[in-house]
Every structure is written in structure tokens, then in C-alpha cells.
Design a protein around this ligand. Structure first.
Ligand code: HEM
Length: 524
């Protein structure tokens, strides 16, 4: 047996250490090379070694502990908040501009700063265009819109095709129909509130008017007053309710359970019903075109015509129209309702708007055959500021993205790919450094000199950059025209107060119940 040789062992140990050290060095270099190779293989050439170290900031972002289980995460604590928007603000105050949440087993980074909004929305990287997983989970798969759900080049091509019907030039051609639908709204309100002291809800009438304008502008056919129109509008509401139900019953987010559920069957029935209406509308549209009825220019700029010209199938036209009408129905009526409510709570601002509106209606250059001209909308500056302020108070839509490539927010923070991010316009709109005394209704925040002083991404009700709201111009035109015509005809009041204002996620953020109004007819 070989005796233990101390000096030899010493030498042996020295060799092993040296070899292992070299081995360690070789392994470390190999590891780094593989890491770099993986990163560049994922197409992230900008995302270098320095960025990898920046994930440290991401890893140590604060956030609430998942409750009660990691699988459910923090979702329930949000969904059962009495006022979801106040809860979101409290979280931002507690955890700062960037924090992490688990929402039904999905890691989400909340972004609450204009610089993050700018980094995300102005990015030209296709990897920052994908929609959020939560949104995808609750939206019915039957509404398979390429515009709403695809990212990358497919989305870019569809967006390019559909931009035309939403340009001012096209919308201007449909402006006559705006007036027609507003007159119907006025007579509905006159009937409902014929007793000047009557108090009631106006949301349904507002929805019908907006549905009428949006559908005629996009499809070239007036279905607002038909049974089909009313049915379609009710179906849109039911879709929203079913989507919200899925968020509140998380097991329905599991595809297999959703497929087997009664709710899924109901959703399918509603969507089949809506398809029938769209088929009928397309039929009517074709009849109108072949009979040479309607203004040819007007029709050539409708969404139906643009898609038919591009050789799109009926299914694809249905998918895009259904999503447009769903999104329009879910956003504009609630903004309109809130704007009228805020004006009812602030009669001094209502009066300022009315003076401006009366001036426009008394100017013969602003009218054609007694009807507002498209150019008159530019003169409604006070009305516009009140609408902008309503959109600040509740921006309705929360922006969600699934990152398909890392997103650099600033020198310290890089968010890795495959993480979902949520950009809360509501939090940005309530940051006191940009909007002092954020709870106050103050339309003067939107005076041009005050807008210039602010970070351009501190106010993003329609999002920003390439994937901003395609319906922005249509929505603003609808809102300005309807507010002007309603205030021209009525003095609007409410028995409700600002203090009672609470918001729920349903699935967009909207008041927890419809407001009550009084509409007192004016002598004009
Ligand atoms: C005041 C009313 C409205 C508000 C506040 C609003 C807000 C928004 C926001 C913030 C987005 C971006 C969402 C995201 O990035 O995830 C968006 C997208 C969209 N909006 Fe609107 N919207 C309104 C009205 C409308 C109208 C009237 C239409 C159509 C008739 C419309 C159609 C769309 C569509 C199709 C998208 C998806 C666009 C895309 O991904 O390329 N919106 N909207």
C-alpha cells in the first residue's frame, strides 16, 4: 500500500485546483457564449450582456404576495374590489411606478409611468405589439379579428387596409348620418323625460345612438331603428356580460371547461345570431349598390366596401365588423355618459359649453340646411376639453401586451420576453405631478399651453404609437356631435353626486351603475 506522501499530495492538489480553475473558466466562458447565442438566436441583437444584468432590477421589482394561492395569484383581490380604479391607484402608491402581480398564474408587470408608456407604445419592434394573454383569454374565440388579435406583419397589413374608413376624409362623407341619429336620440330623450322633473337612466338611448352612427358609418346601412339593430345591440351587451363572467369565474378561463360550459353555448348562440344580422346587412348593402342607391363616394369608404375590394371573405368581414361594433359599443357610450354626468354635476362648465354651442348654431356658416357642418366641430373647443377631461377621469381601456422580445424601459429596467405588461392609463391620468388635484373635474387642464407643459405620454386614453385606437377620430366626432346636440336641446341635471362615483372592471372600466339624469327641454 502506497504511503501517504504529503509533498506529492500538495502538488496533486495544486494541479487539481489549477485544472479545475481552468475548467471553471472554460465552463464559464462556454456558458456566457451559449447565453449570448440564445439571446441573439431569439432575435434580440439590441439585448446585450448589459441588458442581461438589468434583469436584476426586474427580478427585484416589488409587488403584493399572491393571495390565497399562487395559481389564482392577486386576481381575486382586484376583481372583488368595490372600486377597481381606486385599488389600482393604492397599489401604485404602495409599490411605485413598476411592480409585479400574479394574475391567474400569469406574471404581469404593471407600468405606471409616462416613460414606460413611451418605451412600449413608440417601440417599432414587432415583439411589442402582441396583445395581452388575459384579454385573449376572456374574448370569445369566435370573434377572430386579425386587427384585434394578431401581432407582427399580419396585423400591420390588416391595419393598413382598415385605416381608410377611419380617416377624416371618409368620416366626413358620413357626417349627415350623425345628425340623423342625434335627432332620434333627442326625440327618445324627450319622450322618456317628457316630465321635466323625471329622473331616469339614459345609457340605453346613448348606446342606441352610438350604435346607429358607428354601424351606418362602417356598413353603409342604417339598422338602428330596425329589430335587427336593437337585437344586435342587446347581443353586444350580452357578450360583454359573458366576458366579464369569465374573468370572475376563473375556471372558465381553462379552455376545456369553457368549451363544456353552458356559457360557451350561450356565447356561440349570440355570435351566430349576430352573424345572421351582418349577413342581412351585407345583403342590403349589395342591393343598395346594385340599385344605385346612396352616395357612391360614401359607400366606397365603408369598411364592407374596402374589405370586399381587397378580396376578403365574408367570414373575415364579419369578424372585423363584429369586433369594431363590440369595441365601439363598449367604449364610446360610457365616455359619453360620464361626460354628461360630469357636466350635470358642474353646471358652470355646462353653461360654458352651451354658450359655445349656441354661438356655433347661430352662425349661418356653421350650418347647412339647419344641420351642423363637419367644420363646426373644430369650433367646439370647450366641449372637446370637457370630453378630454372625462377621458382623463376614466380612460375606459387598459392597455395590455405580451412581450415577444425584451422591453427596455430605462437604463436600469429591462423586462424580459414572455412577460405580460399592463399599462394603466388610469394611473397615469391621476399622477398629481401631471394632473394636480386629480379627482377634480377641470377641463382647463386641456388648454393648449397646459398640454404643452406635460409629458406627451402622461395622457393616453386612445393609447399611442402604431397600435393606438383606430376609432379615435370616429369616437371624438361622435362624442362632440352628441354632446353639442344634447346640450343645445336640454339642460342636463343629475340627482347623483361625484362622491358616489365608483368603477368596476366589466371588462373595461365603467361606473358601477348607470347614472340617473334629468333632461329639461330648452326653448330654442
Ligand atoms: C372613446 C372611445 C374609445 C376609447 C377610449 C378607445 C380606446 C382604445 C384604446 C386605448 C385602444 C388600444 C388598446 C390596446 O392597445 O390594447 C383601442 C384600440 C382599438 N379601438 Fe378604440 N377606443 C374608443 C372607441 C373606438 C371606436 C369607436 C372604435 C371602432 C369603431 C374602436 C376600435 C378599436 C380597435 C379595432 C382597436 C384595436 C386596434 C389595433 O389593435 O390595431 N375604438 N381603443
Amino acid at each position: 500500500m502506497k504511503s501517504f506522501d504529503y509533498p506529492h499530495f500538495h502538488k496533486y492538489l495544486g494541479n487539481v485546483l489549477l485544472r479545475d480553475f481552468r475548467l471553471g473558466f472554460v465552463l464559464a466562458s462556454l456558458f456566457k457564449t451559449i447565453q449570448k447565442w440564445i439571446v441573439s438566436w431569439n432575435g434580440n441583437s439590441k439585448h446585450n450582456e448589459r441588458d442581461l444584468n438589468r434583469y436584476d432590477t426586474y427580478k427585484s421589482l416589488p409587488g403584493p404576495r399572491p393571495f390565497p394561492l399562487k395559481l389564482i395569484g392577486n386576481g381575486l383581490s382586484f376583481l372583488f374590489e368595490r372600486d377597481i380604479l381606486k385599488a389600482v391607484i393604492n397599489m401604485a402608491v404602495k409599490y411605485g411606478p413598476y411592480y409585479k402581480l400574479i394574475f391567474f398564474n400569469e406574471e404581469i408587470v404593471m407600468l405606471n409611468s409616462p416613460e414606460a408608456a413611451q418605451a412600449l407604445l413608440m417601440s417599432s419592434d414587432n415583439g411589442h405589439l402582441g396583445k395581452g394573454r388575459i384579454e385573449e383569454k376572456i374574448f370569445p374565440t369566435e370573434l377572430d379579428s386579425m386587427l384585434k388579435w394578431r401581432g407582427g406583419e399580419k396585423w400591420r397589413a390588416r391595419r393598413k387596409m382598415l385605416t381608410r374608413p377611419f380617416m377624416y376624409k371618409s368620416l366626413q362623407m358620413h357626417f349627415n348620418c350623425f345628425h340623423k341619429h342625434c335627432e332620434r336620440l333627442v326625440s327618445r330623450l324627450e319622450n322618456k323625460f317628457s316630465d321635466n322633473a323625471a329622473t331616469g337612466v339614459a345609457l340605453e338611448s346613448l348606446k342606441q345612438c352610438i350604435f346607429g352612427i358607428s354601424s351606418e358609418t362602417l356598413m353603409g346601412v342604417d339598422i338602428e331603428n330596425s329589430e335587427d339593430g336593437i337585437h344586435f345591440c342587446n347581443n353586444l351587451d350580452q357578450i360583454m356580460n359573458l366576458m366579464t363572467l369569465r374573468a370572475y369565474r376563473p375556471w372558465l378561463l381553462i379552455p376545456a371547461l369553457w368549451t363544456l360550459s353552458a356559457e360557451k353555448r350561450r356565447m356561440k348562440k349570440i355570435i351566430d345570431d349576430m352573424k345572421k344580422v351582418i349577413h342581412k346587412v351585407m345583403e342590403k348593402y349589395r342591393e343598395k349598390v346594385s340599385a344605385g342607391e346612396g352616395d357612391a363616394d360614401e359607400l366606397s369608404n365603408t369598411m364592407i366596401e374596402v374589405m370586399l375590394r381587397n378580396g376578403e371573405s365574408e367570414k373575415s368581414i364579419f369578424d372585423e365588423l363584429a369586433i369594431m361594433l363590440t369595441v365601439a359599443n363598449e367604449s364610446t357610450p360610457y365616455v359619453l355618459e360620464l361626460a354628461l354626468f360630469l357636466l350635470a354635476c358642474h353646471p358652470e362648465h355646462q353653461e360654458l359649453c352651451r354658450q359655445e354651442i349656441d354661438e356655433v348654431f347661430q352662425d349661418p356658416f356653421m350650418l347647412k340646411n339647419g344641420v351642423l357642418k363637419f367644420d363646426a366641430l373644430k369650433e367646439l373647443k370647450q366641449v372637446e376639453r370637457c370630453i378630454q377631461e372625462s377621458l382623463r377621469i376614466n380612460p375606459i381601456v387598459t392597455i395590455m401586451r405580451r412581450l415577444e422580445s425584451p422591453l427596455k424601459i430605462n437604463e436600469e429596467l429591462v423586462i424580459p420576453k414572455d412577460v405580460s405588461v399592463v399599462l394603466s392609463a388610469y394611473v397615469l391620468h391621476h399622477l398629481p405631478q401631471y394632473f394636480p388635484n386629480p379627482e377634480k373635474f377641470d377641463p382647463d387642464r386641456f388648454l393648449p399651453e397646459r398640454v404643452r407643459e406635460r409629458h406627451p405620454y402622461s395622457y393616453i386614453p386612445f393609447s399611442g404609437g402604431t397600435r393606438s385606437c383606430i376609432g379615435l377620430k370616429l369616437a371624438m366626432m361622435e362624442l362632440k356631435t352628441i354632446v353639442a346636440i344634447v346640450l343645445r336641446n336640454f339642460e342636463v341635471g343629475t340627482p347623483d353626486t361625484m362622491e358616489e362615483l365608483q368603477f368596476v372592471a366589466n371588462p373595461t372600466t365603467k361606473p358601477s351603475r348607470p347614472f340617473r339624469f334629468t333632461f329639461k327641454k330648452r326653448d330654442i
